[in-house]
Design a protein around this ligand. Structure first.
Ligand SMILES: Nc1ncnc2c1ncn2[C@@H]1O[C@H](COP(=O)(O)OP(=O)(O)O)[C@@H](O)[C@H]1O
Ligand SMILES: CC(=O)N[C@@H](CCC(=O)OP(=O)(O)O)C(=O)O
Length: 303
């Protein structure tokens, strides 16, 4: 007597694959034609295998009729270049203090090497990508930002000049629509021109959030190197709204590089993005699992 086909391990594995595909069907139907903005953080880029997985995920999204727009960071890579040049990095509330020389180096690293690296990964995964920065076709116009931070020694609020750190004040989506409409995946570096003619270094989370808002994206993903937003005991917080986020910032649970992330998620959901998710970029295919399976991961921020 032979085993029935359903009982063989090979058949069971095939059935599991078929189930995964059928589980994805309602999501495929729901998301076709929508725009997803993906922020790919510098810390999530370190491992070449994970980078390949990420590029495959983005190409798959495009292949099933979703319009992905990638906005990337590169903080650690800018830091490494500055170190090689003997320049120290200084951050205030997760933002790099950027003098004229640092702005030039940030543009070189972000819009030069990292941007083209991501374009190449997407190309190797079988997609077509074009790499641009906020300067191209006036995509983003920036304005200089500063920070008021408490000076614990003097017991006062002190204004810190961050130099050429900008935030988006206007987004002209034309170039993104043109590329997406031609079957091309836009890859955006967080550098933009100000109305004053200066080049501004923009936190990549902030840049991605502004673009997600301007495009009316239905989903906004931020891939980083932690599981999501963690509480004081390092447990993952799976669900957050703006009120809870304000409390977690006020008591110091959310600090450093997580501040621009949650701020941009709040701004995005308040400007009409359905959901923003902070995802663990160290998990292979984290984004695909989040989009196409019922097993949500990371921290979901909703209005
Ligand atoms: N409550 C928190 N939960 C998770 N990470 C936090 C929290 N508060 C601060 N962080 C820090 O934020 C970092 C993520 O931001 P960042 O280093 O800027 O990442 P990326 O390069 O992906 O933008 C984490 O690695 C962690 O050190
Ligand atoms: C103003 C500011 O802080 N700009 C960031 C831009 C890159 C970035 O945000 O990269 P990650 O997403 O990898 O952190 C910087 O200079 O590091």
């Amino acid at each position: 007597m032979t085993d029935s086909p359903a009982a063989s391990p090979a058949t069971a594995a095939l059935l599991a694959k078929a189930e995964t595909l059928t589980e994805a069907l309602p999501y495929l139907q729901r998301y076709a034609g929508q725009t997803f903005v993906v922020k790919y953080g510098g810390h999530a880029m370190g491992d070449p295998e994970l980078a390949r997985d990420f590029a495959e995920d983005v190409v798959l999204l495009k292949a099933v009729g979703i319009n992905p727009v990638v906005v990337h960071g590169g903080g650690p890579q800018i830091g490494a270049m500055l170190k090689r040049l003997g320049v120290e990095s200084r951050f205030v509330d997760g933002l790099r203090v950027t003098d004229a020389e640092t702005a030039r180096i940030a543009e070189m690293v972000l819009a030069g090497s990292i941007n083209k690296e991501i374009v190449a990964w997407i190309g190797q995964a079988g997609g077509r990508a074009v790499g641009i920065s906020g300067k191209d076709a006036n995509l983003v116009t920036a304005v200089k930002v500063g920070r008021d931070t408490p000076d614990t020694l003097q017991g006062i609020e002190r204004h810190v000049d961050l130099g050429f750190v900008g935030e988006p004040v206007a987004v002209d989506r034309t170039i993104l629509d043109t590329l997406s409409g031609s079957g091309i995946i836009p890859v955006v570096a967080p550098i933009a021109l100000g109305a004053d003619g200066h080049t501004y270094n923009i936190n990549a989370d902030t840049m991605a959030g502004a673009i997600a808002g301007a495009l009316g994206a239905s989903r906004f993903f931020l891939l980083t190197d932690v599981a999501g937003v963690l509480d004081k005991d390092k447990r993952l917080l799976t669900d957050l709204d703006p009120e809870r986020i304000a409390a977690l910032k006020a008591d110091g649970t959310i600090s450093g590089g997580m501040i621009p992330k949650v701020d941009t998620c709040v701004a995005a959901v308040e400007s009409g993005v359905d959901a923003a998710v902070i995802l663990d970029g160290r998990v292979p295919h984290a984004m695909l699992l989040e989009i196409f399976t019922s097993a949500g991961a990371g921290t979901l921020v909703h209005a």
